[in-house]
Design a protein. Sequence first.
Length: 415
Amino acid sequence: MDSFFKTHKYLLEQLGEPLRRGLMDEADWQQPLIGIEGSRGVGKTTLLLMLAKELCGVQGGECLYLNLNSFYFQTHRLSEVAQELWQRGVRRLLLDQLHKLPRWAEELRAIHETLSGMKVVFAASSVMSVADEYESLRDIVRTYQLRGLSLREYINVKAGLDLRRRTLEEVMRDYGAISMQVARRCDAGLLLDDYLQRGYYPFFLERSRYSGYLLKLMNMMIEVDIMMVKQIEVKYMGRIKALLYHLATLGDNVPNVSRLSKEIGTSRATVMNYIRYLASARLVDVMYKTDKGASGSLLQKAPVGLRRDSRGLQPTESRKPVRIAMHNPNLLHAILPHRVERRAMLECFFLSALRPGHEVSVGERGCDYVVDGRWRFRIVERAPQRKQRGVCYLTDSAASPRDGLVPLWVLGLLY
Protein backbone atom coordinates (compact mmCIF):
# COMPACT_ATOMS: atom_id res chain seq x y z
CA MET A 1 0.00 0.00 0.00
CA ASP A 2 2.87 2.38 0.73
CA SER A 3 4.08 1.99 -2.84
CA PHE A 4 0.90 3.64 -4.11
CA PHE A 5 1.65 6.77 -2.07
CA LYS A 6 5.27 6.79 -3.27
CA THR A 7 4.19 6.47 -6.90
CA HIS A 8 1.64 9.25 -6.43
CA LYS A 9 4.30 11.59 -5.03
CA TYR A 10 6.84 10.71 -7.73
CA LEU A 11 4.40 11.33 -10.57
CA LEU A 12 3.36 14.71 -9.20
CA GLU A 13 7.00 15.75 -8.70
CA GLN A 14 7.69 14.88 -12.35
CA LEU A 15 4.55 16.56 -13.65
CA GLY A 16 6.05 19.98 -14.29
CA GLU A 17 3.70 22.65 -15.64
CA PRO A 18 1.48 20.93 -18.23
CA LEU A 19 -1.08 22.73 -20.34
CA ARG A 20 -4.07 23.63 -18.20
CA ARG A 21 -7.28 22.37 -19.73
CA GLY A 22 -10.58 24.22 -19.55
CA LEU A 23 -12.26 21.23 -17.92
CA MET A 24 -10.24 21.90 -14.76
CA ASP A 25 -12.42 24.97 -14.15
CA GLU A 26 -15.64 23.73 -15.74
CA ALA A 27 -16.21 20.51 -13.78
CA ASP A 28 -17.78 20.34 -10.32
CA TRP A 29 -15.10 18.35 -8.49
CA GLN A 30 -17.24 18.11 -5.35
CA GLN A 31 -19.49 15.51 -6.94
CA PRO A 32 -19.02 12.08 -5.28
CA LEU A 33 -18.44 10.12 -8.51
CA ILE A 34 -17.07 11.70 -11.66
CA GLY A 35 -16.08 10.07 -14.94
CA ILE A 36 -13.69 11.79 -17.36
CA GLU A 37 -14.33 10.31 -20.80
CA GLY A 38 -12.12 10.80 -23.80
CA SER A 39 -10.09 9.06 -26.46
CA ARG A 40 -6.47 8.07 -26.09
CA GLY A 41 -4.03 10.94 -26.29
CA VAL A 42 -6.29 13.79 -25.18
CA GLY A 43 -4.63 14.03 -21.73
CA LYS A 44 -6.86 12.20 -19.23
CA THR A 45 -3.93 10.97 -17.10
CA THR A 46 -2.34 14.42 -17.03
CA LEU A 47 -5.64 15.96 -16.00
CA LEU A 48 -5.97 13.52 -13.08
CA LEU A 49 -2.47 14.36 -11.90
CA MET A 50 -3.08 18.11 -12.25
CA LEU A 51 -6.26 17.71 -10.23
CA ALA A 52 -4.36 15.86 -7.48
CA LYS A 53 -1.71 18.57 -7.37
CA GLU A 54 -4.20 21.45 -7.22
CA LEU A 55 -6.48 19.86 -4.65
CA CYS A 56 -3.93 18.34 -2.29
CA GLY A 57 -0.44 19.39 -3.36
CA VAL A 58 2.50 17.11 -4.14
CA GLN A 59 2.50 15.47 -0.71
CA GLY A 60 -1.14 14.52 -1.04
CA GLY A 61 -2.45 12.63 1.95
CA GLU A 62 -6.19 12.97 1.45
CA CYS A 63 -5.89 12.48 -2.31
CA LEU A 64 -4.39 9.47 -4.10
CA TYR A 65 -3.81 8.66 -7.78
CA LEU A 66 -4.07 4.95 -8.64
CA ASN A 67 -3.21 3.34 -11.96
CA LEU A 68 -5.34 0.21 -12.17
CA ASN A 69 -2.92 -1.34 -14.65
CA SER A 70 -1.09 -2.58 -11.55
CA PHE A 71 -1.17 -6.37 -11.21
CA TYR A 72 -2.10 -5.78 -7.57
CA PHE A 73 -5.69 -5.19 -8.64
CA GLN A 74 -5.93 -8.57 -10.32
CA THR A 75 -6.04 -10.18 -6.87
CA HIS A 76 -7.43 -7.33 -4.73
CA ARG A 77 -10.85 -5.75 -5.11
CA LEU A 78 -10.84 -2.02 -5.62
CA SER A 79 -13.65 -1.54 -3.10
CA GLU A 80 -11.60 -3.32 -0.42
CA VAL A 81 -8.52 -1.25 -1.28
CA ALA A 82 -10.66 1.88 -0.98
CA GLN A 83 -11.78 0.76 2.51
CA GLU A 84 -8.16 0.42 3.64
CA LEU A 85 -7.19 3.75 2.11
CA TRP A 86 -10.13 5.37 3.90
CA GLN A 87 -8.68 4.15 7.19
CA ARG A 88 -5.41 5.82 6.22
CA GLY A 89 -7.09 9.17 5.66
CA VAL A 90 -7.64 9.14 1.88
CA ARG A 91 -10.83 10.97 0.96
CA ARG A 92 -10.43 11.32 -2.81
CA LEU A 93 -9.40 8.61 -5.29
CA LEU A 94 -8.21 9.43 -8.81
CA LEU A 95 -8.45 6.24 -10.85
CA ASP A 96 -6.69 5.68 -14.17
CA GLN A 97 -7.08 2.80 -16.66
CA LEU A 98 -10.35 1.78 -15.02
CA HIS A 99 -11.47 -0.30 -18.00
CA LYS A 100 -8.63 -2.76 -17.29
CA LEU A 101 -10.37 -3.77 -14.05
CA PRO A 102 -12.84 -6.70 -14.00
CA ARG A 103 -16.34 -5.65 -12.84
CA TRP A 104 -15.26 -2.04 -12.50
CA ALA A 105 -18.83 -0.70 -12.47
CA GLU A 106 -19.72 -2.95 -9.51
CA GLU A 107 -16.63 -1.82 -7.65
CA LEU A 108 -17.44 1.86 -8.13
CA ARG A 109 -20.99 1.27 -6.94
CA ALA A 110 -19.72 -0.52 -3.85
CA ILE A 111 -17.36 2.36 -2.99
CA HIS A 112 -20.18 4.86 -3.44
CA GLU A 113 -22.55 2.95 -1.17
CA THR A 114 -20.13 1.99 1.62
CA LEU A 115 -17.91 5.09 1.79
CA SER A 116 -20.28 8.03 1.63
CA GLY A 117 -17.50 10.57 2.16
CA MET A 118 -15.15 9.21 -0.51
CA LYS A 119 -14.99 11.23 -3.73
CA VAL A 120 -13.90 9.31 -6.81
CA VAL A 121 -12.75 10.65 -10.17
CA PHE A 122 -11.97 8.08 -12.84
CA ALA A 123 -10.63 8.29 -16.38
CA ALA A 124 -12.69 6.30 -18.87
CA SER A 125 -12.09 5.33 -22.46
CA SER A 126 -14.68 6.91 -24.76
CA VAL A 127 -15.48 3.39 -25.97
CA MET A 128 -16.86 2.49 -22.52
CA SER A 129 -19.90 4.82 -22.72
CA VAL A 130 -20.23 4.85 -18.94
CA ALA A 131 -23.65 6.44 -18.45
CA ASP A 132 -25.27 4.75 -21.45
CA GLU A 133 -24.08 1.15 -21.09
CA TYR A 134 -23.82 0.58 -17.34
CA GLU A 135 -27.17 0.93 -15.64
CA SER A 136 -25.70 0.46 -12.16
CA LEU A 137 -23.91 3.81 -12.45
CA ARG A 138 -26.40 5.87 -14.38
CA ASP A 139 -28.00 7.49 -11.32
CA ILE A 140 -24.81 8.28 -9.42
CA VAL A 141 -22.06 9.19 -11.91
CA ARG A 142 -21.47 12.62 -13.43
CA THR A 143 -19.52 12.37 -16.68
CA TYR A 144 -17.47 15.01 -18.47
CA GLN A 145 -15.93 14.84 -21.92
CA LEU A 146 -12.26 15.72 -22.30
CA ARG A 147 -11.66 16.63 -25.92
CA GLY A 148 -8.49 17.28 -27.82
CA LEU A 149 -7.16 20.82 -28.06
CA SER A 150 -9.21 23.39 -29.90
CA LEU A 151 -7.53 25.78 -32.33
CA ARG A 152 -7.99 28.48 -29.67
CA GLU A 153 -6.02 26.45 -27.12
CA TYR A 154 -3.38 25.66 -29.74
CA ILE A 155 -2.97 29.33 -30.65
CA ASN A 156 -2.71 30.27 -26.98
CA VAL A 157 0.13 27.78 -26.53
CA LYS A 158 2.03 28.53 -29.74
CA ALA A 159 1.60 32.32 -29.74
CA GLY A 160 1.56 32.89 -25.99
CA LEU A 161 -1.90 34.47 -26.06
CA ASP A 162 -4.96 34.17 -23.85
CA LEU A 163 -7.81 34.11 -26.35
CA ARG A 164 -11.15 33.50 -24.68
CA ARG A 165 -13.88 31.16 -25.80
CA ARG A 166 -16.54 32.57 -28.10
CA THR A 167 -20.12 31.47 -28.67
CA LEU A 168 -21.32 30.72 -32.17
CA GLU A 169 -23.63 33.72 -31.91
CA GLU A 170 -20.64 35.96 -31.14
CA VAL A 171 -18.63 34.54 -34.04
CA MET A 172 -21.46 34.98 -36.54
CA ARG A 173 -22.18 38.51 -35.35
CA ASP A 174 -18.65 39.84 -34.81
CA TYR A 175 -16.35 37.67 -36.94
CA GLY A 176 -14.92 40.72 -38.66
CA ALA A 177 -13.82 42.44 -35.46
CA ILE A 178 -12.72 39.17 -33.88
CA SER A 179 -10.53 38.15 -36.82
CA MET A 180 -8.94 41.61 -36.99
CA GLN A 181 -8.16 41.58 -33.26
CA VAL A 182 -6.48 38.18 -33.51
CA ALA A 183 -4.67 39.08 -36.75
CA ARG A 184 -2.89 41.94 -34.96
CA ARG A 185 -1.35 39.45 -32.53
CA CYS A 186 -0.63 36.35 -34.62
CA ASP A 187 -1.01 34.73 -38.04
CA ALA A 188 -4.07 32.61 -37.34
CA GLY A 189 -4.19 31.24 -40.88
CA LEU A 190 -0.66 29.89 -40.61
CA LEU A 191 -1.36 28.44 -37.19
CA LEU A 192 -4.45 26.75 -38.64
CA ASP A 193 -2.23 25.01 -41.20
CA ASP A 194 -0.03 23.70 -38.38
CA TYR A 195 -3.02 22.71 -36.26
CA LEU A 196 -4.58 20.65 -39.05
CA GLN A 197 -1.49 18.42 -39.09
CA ARG A 198 -0.34 18.36 -35.48
CA GLY A 199 -2.32 20.28 -32.91
CA TYR A 200 -5.37 18.38 -31.71
CA TYR A 201 -3.53 16.13 -29.25
CA PRO A 202 -1.57 17.78 -26.38
CA PHE A 203 1.41 15.46 -26.87
CA PHE A 204 2.56 17.71 -29.74
CA LEU A 205 4.37 19.59 -26.96
CA GLU A 206 6.64 16.63 -26.21
CA ARG A 207 6.69 14.43 -29.31
CA SER A 208 8.99 15.32 -32.20
CA ARG A 209 7.55 12.54 -34.38
CA TYR A 210 3.92 13.52 -33.93
CA SER A 211 2.39 11.60 -36.85
CA GLY A 212 4.33 8.43 -36.06
CA TYR A 213 3.17 8.50 -32.46
CA LEU A 214 -0.39 9.26 -33.54
CA LEU A 215 -0.40 6.21 -35.82
CA LYS A 216 0.75 4.11 -32.89
CA LEU A 217 -2.03 5.61 -30.79
CA MET A 218 -4.65 4.89 -33.45
CA ASN A 219 -3.59 1.27 -33.56
CA MET A 220 -3.92 1.07 -29.78
CA MET A 221 -7.41 2.55 -29.98
CA ILE A 222 -8.40 -0.38 -32.16
CA GLU A 223 -6.23 -3.15 -30.68
CA VAL A 224 -6.93 -2.33 -27.02
CA ASP A 225 -9.91 -0.04 -26.63
CA ILE A 226 -12.26 -1.43 -29.27
CA MET A 227 -11.16 -5.07 -29.32
CA MET A 228 -11.08 -5.46 -25.55
CA VAL A 229 -14.00 -3.32 -24.43
CA LYS A 230 -16.30 -4.58 -27.20
CA GLN A 231 -14.93 -8.14 -26.77
CA ILE A 232 -14.15 -8.70 -30.44
CA GLU A 233 -12.03 -11.66 -31.50
CA VAL A 234 -8.49 -10.68 -32.49
CA LYS A 235 -8.80 -12.34 -35.90
CA TYR A 236 -11.22 -9.59 -36.96
CA MET A 237 -8.88 -6.73 -36.05
CA GLY A 238 -7.49 -6.41 -39.57
CA ARG A 239 -10.98 -5.84 -40.94
CA ILE A 240 -11.59 -2.92 -38.59
CA LYS A 241 -8.26 -1.33 -39.55
CA ALA A 242 -9.00 -1.82 -43.25
CA LEU A 243 -12.43 -0.23 -42.77
CA LEU A 244 -10.87 2.81 -41.10
CA TYR A 245 -8.52 3.27 -44.07
CA HIS A 246 -11.38 3.03 -46.56
CA LEU A 247 -13.42 5.54 -44.56
CA ALA A 248 -10.49 7.97 -44.58
CA THR A 249 -10.46 7.94 -48.39
CA LEU A 250 -14.16 8.72 -48.78
CA GLY A 251 -13.86 12.49 -48.72
CA ASP A 252 -17.36 13.96 -48.91
CA ASN A 253 -18.74 10.98 -50.84
CA VAL A 254 -21.77 9.16 -49.48
CA PRO A 255 -20.50 5.91 -47.92
CA ASN A 256 -21.64 2.76 -49.71
CA VAL A 257 -22.03 0.17 -46.95
CA SER A 258 -22.46 -2.71 -49.40
CA ARG A 259 -19.19 -1.83 -51.13
CA LEU A 260 -17.41 -1.44 -47.81
CA SER A 261 -18.64 -4.86 -46.70
CA LYS A 262 -17.15 -6.41 -49.85
CA GLU A 263 -13.88 -4.53 -49.40
CA ILE A 264 -13.26 -5.91 -45.91
CA GLY A 265 -15.04 -9.25 -46.36
CA THR A 266 -17.90 -9.11 -43.89
CA SER A 267 -21.63 -8.40 -43.72
CA ARG A 268 -23.31 -5.01 -43.98
CA ALA A 269 -24.59 -5.33 -40.40
CA THR A 270 -21.06 -5.98 -39.14
CA VAL A 271 -19.75 -2.96 -41.07
CA MET A 272 -22.36 -0.79 -39.38
CA ASN A 273 -21.30 -2.14 -35.98
CA TYR A 274 -17.62 -1.51 -36.76
CA ILE A 275 -18.42 2.06 -37.83
CA ARG A 276 -20.17 2.67 -34.52
CA TYR A 277 -17.17 1.26 -32.64
CA LEU A 278 -14.79 3.54 -34.57
CA ALA A 279 -17.07 6.49 -33.77
CA SER A 280 -17.12 5.64 -30.06
CA ALA A 281 -13.30 5.49 -30.08
CA ARG A 282 -13.27 9.04 -31.54
CA LEU A 283 -11.66 7.89 -34.77
CA VAL A 284 -14.53 8.88 -37.07
CA ASP A 285 -17.64 11.03 -37.00
CA VAL A 286 -20.77 9.65 -38.63
CA MET A 287 -23.81 11.46 -39.95
CA TYR A 288 -26.91 9.42 -40.66
CA LYS A 289 -29.96 10.15 -42.76
CA THR A 290 -33.02 11.20 -40.78
CA ASP A 291 -36.63 10.44 -41.62
CA LYS A 292 -37.97 12.78 -44.25
CA GLY A 293 -40.47 15.46 -43.42
CA ALA A 294 -43.49 16.54 -45.41
CA SER A 295 -41.38 18.59 -47.80
CA GLY A 296 -39.19 15.62 -48.61
CA SER A 297 -36.07 17.37 -47.33
CA LEU A 298 -33.79 16.32 -44.52
CA LEU A 299 -35.07 17.51 -41.18
CA GLN A 300 -33.18 20.66 -40.23
CA LYS A 301 -34.00 20.92 -36.51
CA ALA A 302 -32.54 17.53 -35.58
CA PRO A 303 -28.96 16.49 -36.26
CA VAL A 304 -28.35 14.03 -39.05
CA GLY A 305 -26.81 11.19 -37.15
CA LEU A 306 -25.37 13.20 -34.28
CA ARG A 307 -27.06 13.34 -30.89
CA ARG A 308 -25.92 15.24 -27.83
CA ASP A 309 -25.19 13.33 -24.62
CA SER A 310 -22.64 13.47 -21.79
CA ARG A 311 -19.86 12.81 -24.30
CA GLY A 312 -20.86 15.43 -26.86
CA LEU A 313 -22.45 14.44 -30.18
CA GLN A 314 -22.75 10.73 -30.83
CA PRO A 315 -23.90 8.57 -33.75
CA THR A 316 -27.46 7.33 -33.78
CA GLU A 317 -28.17 3.72 -34.61
CA SER A 318 -29.84 1.73 -37.40
CA ARG A 319 -29.76 4.48 -40.00
CA LYS A 320 -27.99 4.82 -43.29
CA PRO A 321 -24.82 6.94 -43.05
CA VAL A 322 -24.71 9.91 -45.43
CA ARG A 323 -21.33 11.29 -44.40
CA ILE A 324 -18.35 9.85 -42.54
CA ALA A 325 -15.32 11.98 -41.66
CA MET A 326 -12.28 11.47 -39.50
CA HIS A 327 -12.85 12.69 -35.95
CA ASN A 328 -10.22 15.40 -36.34
CA PRO A 329 -7.90 16.52 -39.17
CA ASN A 330 -4.75 15.15 -37.48
CA LEU A 331 -6.08 11.61 -37.91
CA LEU A 332 -6.73 12.17 -41.60
CA HIS A 333 -3.26 13.58 -42.15
CA ALA A 334 -1.66 10.65 -40.30
CA ILE A 335 -3.49 8.06 -42.43
CA LEU A 336 -3.09 9.83 -45.79
CA PRO A 337 -0.03 12.08 -45.40
CA HIS A 338 0.69 12.41 -49.12
CA ARG A 339 -2.78 12.30 -50.64
CA VAL A 340 -5.04 14.10 -48.20
CA GLU A 341 -7.33 16.65 -49.84
CA ARG A 342 -7.42 20.14 -48.40
CA ARG A 343 -11.20 20.27 -48.40
CA ALA A 344 -11.43 17.03 -46.43
CA MET A 345 -9.07 18.49 -43.83
CA LEU A 346 -11.18 21.65 -43.58
CA GLU A 347 -14.39 19.68 -43.20
CA CYS A 348 -12.79 17.67 -40.39
CA PHE A 349 -11.82 20.92 -38.72
CA PHE A 350 -15.32 22.34 -39.12
CA LEU A 351 -16.94 19.28 -37.54
CA SER A 352 -14.44 19.02 -34.68
CA ALA A 353 -14.90 22.73 -33.88
CA LEU A 354 -18.72 22.53 -33.87
CA ARG A 355 -19.10 19.05 -32.37
CA PRO A 356 -18.82 19.83 -28.64
CA GLY A 357 -21.97 21.89 -28.19
CA HIS A 358 -23.93 21.99 -31.44
CA GLU A 359 -26.11 19.80 -33.62
CA VAL A 360 -24.76 19.45 -37.15
CA SER A 361 -26.85 18.35 -40.13
CA VAL A 362 -25.89 17.66 -43.72
CA GLY A 363 -27.06 20.61 -45.76
CA GLU A 364 -28.82 20.84 -49.10
CA ARG A 365 -29.65 23.44 -51.72
CA GLY A 366 -26.30 25.20 -51.83
CA CYS A 367 -24.96 24.65 -48.32
CA ASP A 368 -22.76 21.94 -46.85
CA TYR A 369 -23.96 21.90 -43.25
CA VAL A 370 -26.78 23.22 -41.08
CA VAL A 371 -25.93 23.92 -37.44
CA ASP A 372 -28.60 23.88 -34.72
CA GLY A 373 -31.23 24.04 -37.45
CA ARG A 374 -30.36 27.71 -37.85
CA TRP A 375 -26.95 28.45 -39.33
CA ARG A 376 -26.20 27.37 -42.91
CA PHE A 377 -22.54 26.97 -43.91
CA ARG A 378 -20.63 26.29 -47.08
CA ILE A 379 -16.85 25.85 -47.31
CA VAL A 380 -15.39 27.52 -50.43
CA GLU A 381 -11.99 28.48 -51.85
CA ARG A 382 -13.20 31.82 -53.18
CA ALA A 383 -16.34 33.92 -53.13
CA PRO A 384 -18.99 32.51 -55.49
CA GLN A 385 -20.27 34.78 -58.24
CA ARG A 386 -23.81 34.36 -56.99
CA LYS A 387 -24.32 33.98 -53.27
CA GLN A 388 -27.27 32.23 -51.77
CA ARG A 389 -29.18 34.20 -49.20
CA GLY A 390 -28.76 32.96 -45.64
CA VAL A 391 -25.61 30.94 -46.35
CA CYS A 392 -22.37 31.71 -44.52
CA TYR A 393 -19.36 31.13 -46.80
CA LEU A 394 -16.28 29.88 -44.95
CA THR A 395 -12.77 29.96 -46.39
CA ASP A 396 -9.20 29.45 -45.22
CA SER A 397 -7.82 31.60 -48.05
CA ALA A 398 -8.69 34.98 -46.54
CA ALA A 399 -6.74 36.45 -43.63
CA SER A 400 -9.62 38.80 -42.88
CA PRO A 401 -13.27 38.95 -43.95
CA ARG A 402 -13.77 40.17 -47.49
CA ASP A 403 -16.42 39.73 -50.13
CA GLY A 404 -18.68 38.25 -47.49
CA LEU A 405 -16.28 35.42 -46.70
CA VAL A 406 -15.76 34.30 -43.10
CA PRO A 407 -12.32 33.00 -42.09
CA LEU A 408 -12.86 29.35 -41.20
CA TRP A 409 -10.38 29.51 -38.33
CA VAL A 410 -12.66 31.75 -36.23
CA LEU A 411 -14.80 28.67 -35.53
CA GLY A 412 -11.78 27.29 -33.69
CA LEU A 413 -12.56 29.76 -30.89
CA LEU A 414 -15.78 27.98 -29.88
CA TYR A 415 -14.19 25.85 -27.15
